[in-house]
Design a protein around this ligand. Sequence first.
Ligand code: HEM
Length: 406
Amino acid sequence: MTSEAPWSHDLDWPHGLAPFDPFDTDIQCDPYAHYAWLRDHAPVIRAGQRETPLYIVSRFGDVTEALRNAHDFSSVPRRDIVIPGFLLNSDPPDHTRLRHSASRAFTPRAIAAVEPVIAKLIAERWEPIVSAGGGEVIGSFASPLTIAVIATVLGIPVSQSETMREWTTASIEYLGMLFRGVPNASANDTALTSMLAYINAVFDTVDVTHGETVVANLARLRNEGVLSAEEAAGFACQLFMAGHETTTLLTGNCLDFLSVNPDIFARLGAVETIPKFLDEMVRYRPPVHRLTRYAARDVEIAGCRIPAGASVRLLIASANRDLAKFEDPDRFDPLRKNAAHAGFGYGIHMCIGSWLAKLEVRLMLETLVATTARLEPDTRWPRQPLAGGAFATVGLHSLGLKVTPL
Ligand code: HEM
């Protein structure tokens, strides 16, 4: 029998846990006790405004079933605020066509060409930190690195990285405002407009006949009419927006974790292989905590009715700690067997940049193992958490580390 999902504030929360509010910064920064209680007691709840509730879903099975069902769970917020070329906010058949173009842009040749360049970018940025005995590693290492890597992969000069980083950060804020329905949000579109204009200018000058970069491939698809001009430029901008903050946070989470788990750092590259370590990090401390879908019709999750048009927040970070899927889920175990987690999403929207994020963080960890004896927290820099934003990201805004060279 179908029932109405309970309201978060009507539930009998245990002592010490405030009713779950997905936008409360304190809860977002430290949500795992809430997630565990929700999975055990109320796998679907309502939160937010009484007139326009958000439905919050916390169990692995329910979250992944909804992500696999794009027919009932749409990714389109409101057609009038969708940016052309944004895979994330499209449904089939548009999504299918755009995603197919993505595989034509990320050719094996384009990808193979970038690995040594990324390794060099990492080495150049990690070496001064080792020489200085440490420093703040998010704003001065992870963030500039990940934007330079995306620029490199796309085929945009690394010298343009800082401007891309400013535009990307401001554009993510703008998207967040659009999706939250902030009045006059469109007045904040300057950065996105500048980024789109810049990408269009690159498309106009890039060598599409011989070029093998992602930008050259996108320009070719545009010239062939496979993608419209708006879609090709929007697609390229989206790669910066979806890939920069997420990979920065994963890099920060790895460094933070290794600084307080020296035994794991000592074994990195030996017993715990680096790819398994970083994949377990995406399960255990995922940079993206929840994904939003919109009920395309009246649907049901875990016996609860969700009305057509409702906004559904699928807690992938909670799904990743579900005992029904993962043995001893709160333990960090890089050797775990059933590691198919939801940290990169599930279904048709599963992350298309996961190969790049994994390549980059793997190369970063290899550099660490080759150059660094020990990482330790350094309280001269505040360890500042970060949570929220258009992509519901959680991680660190700043982190100080002492670095002992090998
Ligand atoms: C650790 C780093 C990353 C994490 C944790 C991550 C996470 C995710 C997740 C959870 C989704 C699914 C979104 C949904 O279903 O609504 C997604 C989709 C996507 N990601 Fe990533 N991502 C990362 C890195 C990247 C990078 C480096 C890029 C590109 C350069 C990228 C580009 C995309 C795109 C374009 C989509 C949309 C795919 C689609 O809708 O078909 N991501 N990502």
